[in-house]
Design a binder for this molecule. Structure first.
Ligand code: IMP
Ligand code: MG
Length: 174
């Protein structure tokens, strides 16, 4: 079996949109400091690019949650597999996620940060796939809404591959 990747969102489109999100976020958080939490591994690329476009002070940390394993379907169960290094108590947590699919990961994390005493919790995602939502989550900043396709690149993987593609593509199996 071989796979082909069809470009869905180019490097330029992604860069342009992330710049816009950074400007919007910087305006909304004027006079505040952001505690940006990237969700590994998928959101590593988005989180760092977004951070570069934010002009208010930013602290960056990463955490990791259990995800899909080798398949392409959500298990529904969320576990934290790597905790934050820094203390987020009293901070303006901004979660940077690669994609919202079922919403399970994000609804879990939003509650988790509130319980841990964040001053505020908001969510920025590079991609939103609303067709597959199982749990309602409020998305504060969304890069692109995409149809129900399995995508790779810019941090997103298929069985750990393709994360390094500079664009977002659809995997075509043949
Ligand atoms: P959720 O909990 O179902 O919203 O899952 C979100 C996570 O599933 C994302 O952070 C990704 O790691 C993974 N995921 C969901 N859709 C895709 C996709 O199309 N390609 C690659 N990974 C995906
Ligand atoms: Mg992820």
């Amino acid at each position: 079996m071989s796979e082909k990747i069809k470009v869905m969102l180019s490097e330029e489109e992604l860069a342009g949109r992330i710049k816009e999100l950074g400007a919007e976020i910087s305006k909304d958080y004027e006079g505040e400091e952001i505690f940006l939490v990237g969700i590994l591994k998928g959101a590593a690329f988005f989180a760092t690019e977004l951070a570069k476009r934010i002009t208010v002070p930013v602290i960056i940390d990463f955490m990791s949650t259990s995800s899909y394993g080798a398949g392409t379907a959500s298990s529904g169960e969320v576990r934290i597999t790597k905790e934050l290094d820094l203390d987020m108590t009293g901070k303006n947590v901004l979660i940077a996620e690669d994609i919202i699919d079922s919403g399970n990961t994000l609804s879990y994390l939003l509650q988790y940060f509130k319980d841990k005493g964040a001053k505020s919790v908001r969510l920025a995602t590079m991609l939103d796939k609303p067709d597959r939502r199982e749990v309602d989550v409020k998305v504060d900043y969304n890069g692109f809404t995409i149809p129900d396709e399995f995508v790779v690149g810019y941090g997103l993987d298929y069985d750990q591959r393709y994360r390094n593609l500079p664009y977002i593509g659809i995997v075509e199996f043949d």
